[in-house]
Design a protein around this ligand. Sequence first.
Ligand SMILES: [Zn+2]
Length: 336
Amino acid sequence: MPIRTAIAIILIITEACACSPERKSEASDPAAGSAQVHQTELQPQTENVSLNQNPTTPAPAPAAAVAAPKVSGEKAMQYTREVVAFGPRPIGSAGHKKLEAYLRAHLKNDELEEDTFTAQTPAGSFKMTNFIAKFPGTRDGIVVIGGHYDTNYPLKNYVGANDGGSSTGLPLALADVLREHKEGRPTVWLVWFDGEEAVQQWSATDSTYGSRHLAAKWQADGTLPKIKAFLLLDMIGDADLDVLRDTNSTSWLEDMVGQAAVKQGTSSHFFATENGIEDDHLPFVQLGVPSADIIDMDYGPNDSWHHTSKDTIDKVSGKSMEIVGNVVLQVVWQIT
Ligand SMILES: [Zn+2]
């Protein structure tokens, strides 16, 4: 059960952890770094006008924006079902290994990078792997879409259909879309993060192992400035979809998510509440990457299914994943 702690600075900020039953709030404002956004300007295309030798012929209109394609909620649901069928998938488990093999098999024809590292945790050192599938686009820059694939380590008999399952299954369905549709969008990197869950108790050092590793790696190799936006998906399969507005995310990107939902006619599922969430986006927010955590933290009555044996596939809906997936695609195709 998340602890929601009020912090008096000027505003009252409440924070809740994405995936830990207990957590400490921090007085820092990780969203502060998000002020350094780097949207590229649209370059006006005037050359064709001067080459237009017949004044009666109208100048070519600017290329029409390519409409964002749609994701299949049925496919997202099928992938999530298959993922959950591996059973519990905490780091170091047999289910985790099976899922890694499953991801490799599904992404074998894509440009797949495995970011493997050793993490020191309260339960010892673990080999962890972030999977990164790259889908080149026709516009500049990179949009990263991520979700975690591990399930909670301390919990037993826990399959994490929503928390870990949906965040693995929906990106697989998005991969199917991105393979077929590259016109009118930037390059997209899909990331399946390892080690999001705390091994013992959620803290800055016992959580988000994969995203902390990858953010630091991309800072070191110069990748971060190329990332226009990072969209994180977590717990987005809840049949009663209620995505909150995360106050730790970058506000203009959250605005884009809300506007995309309006355009899709699904805004009733977004931003009825707001909260500050600690999740895999924070390492990127802290390094100045515009980031939005798309998360429904109200799972079951008073979030009572979160991190319990009740987080099962019957609580998950393909329709919810489709709503979120289509909003994400809208943002990707719209971002400049
Ligand atoms: Zn969790």
